[in-house]
Each structure stands twice: as C-alpha cells, then as structure tokens.
Design a protein around this ligand. Structure first.
Ligand code: SAM
Length: 288
C-alpha cells in the first residue's frame, strides 16, 4: 500500500503528545470486533503488526522482548515446578509460548475477544504457536469475572492486557488484585504489564500503589521495547512469599542452564537481566 501508519499515544506533556511511532505499511486488514478495532498491518521494517484501537500490541520484530520479560523473571523466581498458569488477555499467544517453556501442566488463557485469537493463529504463527498446545485451555470471556470464584488454584497469574481503556480497565483495580490473590496458591506469583513509567507514569504508579494494598512483595521492573510509547516499558511482579531478588545467583544460573538445554537460548532475558531489570530510575517514584 505504501501508506504510513502512526500510533499517536497520549503522553504526559507536550513533547510526547507531539511524537508518535511511524511505520511504512505494505498491506492492511481491518476488522471491527464486538470489543475493539483490530488492525493487522504488514510493515516494511517490523514485520506483521497487531494494532488494537489504534495502539500497537505486538510486532514480529520486537515481540520477543515483551513476551520473554512478562514471563521469565517470574518463571525463574520459582524453585519448584510450576503446575498451573492463568494468562488474562494475551490473545496473540506470545505469553503462552514463553510460559510453556517452563513446562507447566495446564495453562488457562482467558481472552475476551475471540477475533484476536483467530486472527493471530492465522496471521502471526510464530507468536501464536503455543495456543494449539494440548496443555492450553482457551477460554473466551472477561478475565475480571473469571478470577472471581477461583481459590488457591494457580502458581502464576499473568495479566497481558492492553491500556486501561475499554475491557482492560477493570484489570488495573484493587478489587481485581484481591481476587487474583485468592486465586493464587499461597506462594504464587502475579505479574502484570504496567505501562510506560515515562509516557504513562500515572498509570504505572497507580498499578504499583493498588498492588501494594494487596500483596506484601511488589517488584516493578523494566524492559526496552522500541514499538511501545517512549520505548521504556514496565511490568510489576507481586507475591506474598516469593521475591525475584531473593533467588541466589548460583541457583538461578543452574536453573537457567537447564532451561537453555531444553529450550535453546532466549533472545532478551538472562540471569543478569533478572536482577538488573528491577533497578528503577529516580524520576519514576519521585514526589512532585
Ligand atoms: N502486549 C500487549 C500490549 O501491552 O500492548 C497486550 C497484548 S494482548 C493482544 C491484549 C489483549 O487483552 C487483547 O487481545 C484484549 O482483547 C484482551 N483483553 C482486554 N481486556 C480483557 C479482559 N477484561 N479479559 C480478558 N481479555 C482482555
């Protein structure tokens, strides 16, 4: 098509509002689903790209960073087997693909929009490959409702959702985090993507604050994701028992070597990143 697609994100401050990300588009498919506008672009430099309601969700070129980093810091905090995992959102399948590398018995994926899953299976096979694994249950519904009646069921719960607008909004609130805690085993871990501490600092701070009302250990961490607003992205891990910074380097090194023997080398996460990602620059939590 030779057209340009620009994501205009609402940042905090004039400079950010004036900038956006621009991609050279070769072809595009658009669909209005019952929940959002879904756009699949074939781009010149970033491969295929999934866009929901105008916001880039994932591209073939840099998806490995987000998907490795939403899973492995928590995956390597467990020193025991991970049996059952819940992924809320994440219909493109990248998070499930990485979760499966930790050899769980069951993965439940609760995605509100069936079209995202169907589109990704068809158009993004390298990302969605894990969705057809027999250990994965695809559940179509609202993740907020799904967790309500679960009790000590999951080792790991991951929220891989979009920005806090539309159906994702409820996944950023204290009441949801309380149900998540109940759905986790006592030594379970929760991870959520927590927006850009630079471009969406208020949302990031709110996530950390709400989680602090519910969990004892809260660990925000960072990764560099070129196609997300400002490139500086965060995730937040929460637990009542397990601390990613409490894992001794020698046992992490051993676990990682065994993991690489089975799965091959990862492209972003490694034991140095495991500890380094939790270092947060001063401006993020500075009182204004
Ligand atoms: N990596 C992404 C990002 O941060 O931009 C998120 C990708 S993933 C495609 C987000 C998914 O969350 C979407 O497919 C959306 O349909 C799903 N979602 C949003 N709210 C949801 C809810 N309440 N329950 C289940 N899935 C939800």
């Amino acid at each position: 098509m030779g057209l340009w697609f620009t994501e205009k994100y609402e940042g905090e401050g004039m400079e950010l509002q004036a900038t956006g990300l621009t991609f050279k588009v070769k072809s595009a498919v658009k669909k209005e689903t019952p929940y959002q506008e879904l756009l699949l672009l074939e781009t010149e430099d970033w491969g295929k790209m999934l866009v929901l309601d105008g916001a880039v969700q994932t591209t073939e070129r840099d998806e490995f960073i987000y998907h490795e980093m939403i899973v492995h810091p928590a995956g390597f905090t467990f020193t025991r087997e991970i049996e059952r995992v819940l992924v809320v959102g994440g219909g493109d399948g990248g998070t499930v693909r990485e979760v499966l590398k930790h050899n769980p018995k069951v993965v439940d994926l609760v995605e509100i929009d069936r079209d995202v899953v169907e589109f990704s299976k068809r158009e993004l096979p390298s990302i969605s490959s894990g969705l057809s694994d027999e250990r994965v249950n695809l559940i179509f519904g609202d993740g907020r409702e799904f967790v309500k009646d679960k009790d000590s069921l999951y080792d790991l719960i991951i929220v891989d959702c979009s920005d806090p607008i539309g159906p994702s909004k409820v996944l950023y609130e204290e009441e949801f985090y309380r149900d998540v805690l109940k759905a986790l085993k006592p030594d379970g871990i929760f991870v959520t993507q927590s927006e850009s501490p630079f471009a969406q600092r208020n949302v990031h701070i709110k996530v950390v604050k709400e989680l602090s009302k519910v969990f004892k250990i809260i660990r925000p961490y960072l990764a560099f994701i070129p196609t997300y607003p400002s490139g500086m992205w965060s995730f937040t891990m929460a637990s009542n028992k397990l601390d990613p910074l409490g894992v001794p380097p020698s046992s992490l090194g051993k676990l990682y070597r065994e993991f690489v023997e089975k799965n091959g080398e990862l492209k972003y996460y490694n034991p140095e990143i495991h500890y380094g990602a939790f270092a947060i620059p001063n401006f993020v939590y500075r009182e204004e």
